[in-house]
Design a protein around this ligand. Structure first.
Ligand SMILES: Cc1cc2nc3c(=O)[nH]c(=O)nc-3n(C[C@H](O)[C@H](O)[C@H](O)COP(=O)(O)O)c2cc1C
Length: 379
């Protein structure tokens, strides 16, 4: 087992162990990947104030997200096709999150279904909703999430149409996948992954196949997916979904103060400042750069979380210092999952918790809830 000291180690191992088609799906952004890379880079530009001779012996990372106690203010973001990074990936990631004490969010486009994940976990998870043209299907998904005991609905607003990711097109990542001799060779080089996939029955979109009209098999599923994203999605739909769901509502993909105010006005419990990990509008600012104006606009009226580019506990602390009340990680845990399965997700969470804890200590802070702009250094 290679030594894993940081999320980057997990990424390298993920790349070695998972077929290129699926590794690239995780490690890619739209078009030139400017926003994807900015998300990571802009965290590195932030400097922190080192404090000394402060009693930092007893430290705590415990916080709350949506009123739920969490081991640290970090949740696993919804990621489609997690079950292709590792067999039964969503179940492994949800279990790792549950054991660690952080929330897990299941994507609409997961491989394992809502019911399947619920059957394998004992604590409620969150469900992420994409709005499809087939509103009957959307209504049933909401009801299924409620019946499965999901404790929050994360409604993603930034994918009314799909961003273009060059790598996915080149790799033939479509439904069904375009298989070439190069793909076969690449799969053959990853026998562990192939054996694992042969050993599971979970290989298609579990929330969709058999549940949506027109998505009975792989071929019809491809046509269904291509035609179902809904460019007409608007705030009236958000209100309809809010009323149908009736529970905690989180709006994901907010990058502008105007949209944040609208989210507060419809009664969202939290928003996620997110550019979808740089996978949609290439050219959008890094999410950490979009955060301060949103905090100014709606801070105090609802929870404000940030995702995009978080690769360490230090990034989490920087997001909190910029005014976020919580954070989400996407690729960081996918790298762990692809590298080592469930234990890799746990390792990722341990690394982040440890880095957050040490950074707090160096900044003279004992309680994560006390992190604020005072830790930021400026010349
Ligand atoms: C492989 C992958 C799949 C994703 N699928 C979804 C999804 O199904 N629904 C969603 O709301 N966001 C999805 N996202 C976006 C994440 O929820 C999150 O916003 C993003 O990953 C955060 O950036 P980070 O990966 O740099 O942490 C996906 C991201 C990745 C990397």
């Amino acid at each position: 087992m290679p030594t894993i000291t940081c999320v980057e180690d997990l990424r390298r191992l993920h790349r070695r162990r998972v077929p290129r088609m699926f590794y690239d799906y995780a490690d890619s952004g739209a078009w030139e990947e400017i926003t994807y890379r900015d998300n990571e880079r802009r965290f590195r530009d932030i400097r922190l104030r080192q404090r000394v001779a402060v009693d930092i012996e007893h430290r705590s990372l415990a916080a709350r997200m949506l009123g739920e106690p969490v081991a640290m203010p970090v949740a696993l973001a919804p990621c489609g096709m997690t079950g292709m990074q590792h067999p039964d990936g969503e179940i492994h990631a949800a279990l790792a999150a549950e054991r660690f004490g952080v929330p897990f969010t299941l994507s609409t486009m997961s491989i394992c279904s809502i019911e399947d994940v619920a059957a394998h976990t004992s604590r409620p998870f969150w469900f992420q909703l994409y709005v499809m043209r087939d509103r009957e299907f959307v209504a049933r998904l909401i009801d299924r999430a409620r019946d499965a005991g999901c404790s929050a609905l994360v409604l993603t607003l930034d994918l009314q149409i799909m961003g273009q990711r060059h790598k996915d097109i080149r790799n033939g990542l479509s439904t069904p996948p375009r298989i070439t001799p190069a793909t076969v060779l690449d799969f053959a080089r990853r026998p562990r992954w192939c054996l694992g996939m042969l050993g599971t029955r979970r290989r298609a979109f579990g929330n969709v196949v058999g549940h949506a009209r027109g998505a009975e098999n792989m071929k019809s599923l491809g046509e269904w997916s291509a035609s179902q994203l809904d460019p007409t999605l608007c705030w009236d739909d958000v209100e309809w979904i809010r009323d149908r769901w009736g529970g905690k509502l989180v709006l994901k993909g907010i990058m502008e103060p105007e949209d944040a105010r609208r989210a507060a006005a419809v009664g969202a419990d939290a928003i996620i400042v997110s550019n979808h990990g740089g996978r949609q509008l290439d050219g959008a600012p890094a999410s950490i750069d979009a955060l301060p104006a949103i905090v100014d606009a709606v801070g105090g009226s609802l929870e404000i979380w940030l995702d995009g580019g978080i690769r360490s506990g230090q990034d989490v602390l920087k997001a909190l210092a910029y005014g976020a009340t919580g954070t989400m990680i996407g690729r960081a845990y996918l790298y762990g999952l692809g590298a080592l399965g469930g234990p890799g997700v746990t390792r990722c969470l341990e690394l982040i918790a440890n880095e957050l804890d040490l950074t707090m200590a160096f900044c003279g802070i004992r309680d994560v809830n006390d992190v604020d702009a005072r830790v930021l250094w400026s010349p």
